[in-house]
Design a protein around this ligand. Structure first.
Ligand SMILES: [Zn+2]
Length: 137
């Protein structure tokens, strides 16, 4: 038996154990607080890139969601996201939470260990914990 087989077996055993505890710590992703900077009439999230990275989502998808919810224009500049208008840090935290509920958390088992796949014009959340494939808005 190769090392890889052993690892995948161990992984399966670990995953099985996690399911026993109804709500394990892994059910909640630790997300950073948004680092907000105001410049004139613009709001900049300095650590924006951390969110799509931790959520394993396309930065443009996260940005579009936030821009739509805030009813404003937004753009990416390196790791930062820039929004038109003065927005408060609390609204970003609320919206990131909403994004997670809509696009990251598996609706079947509640795990955040998911990936997103776009088929035609529909986004699907594919759960690595229970294997469910759920369409999202
Ligand atoms: Zn699931």
């Amino acid at each position: 038996m190769s090392g890889l087989d052993y690892d995948s077996l161990l992984d399966r055993v670990t995953k099985g154990l996690e399911k026993v505890g109804s709500k394990s710590k892994r059910d909640r992703l630790e997300l950073p607080k948004p680092e907000i900077l105001w410049m004139g009439r613009k709001t900049i999230i300095r650590n924006f890139a951390e969110y799509p990275r931790l959520l394993r989502r396309d930065p443009g998808h996260v940005l579009m969601f936030l821009a739509k919810e805030l009813a404003t224009a937004a753009s990416l500049e390196g790791d930062r996201a820039i929004f038109i208008g003065r927005k408060d840090p609390h609204s970003f935290a609320v919206l990131i939470d909403r994004y997670m509920k809509a696009n990251v958390i598996c609706p079947v088992c509640g795990s955040p260990d998911t990936t997103q796949e776009k088929i035609k014009r529909t986004h699907f959340v594919i759960c690595e914990a229970c294997g469910a494939r759920s369409p999202t808005g």
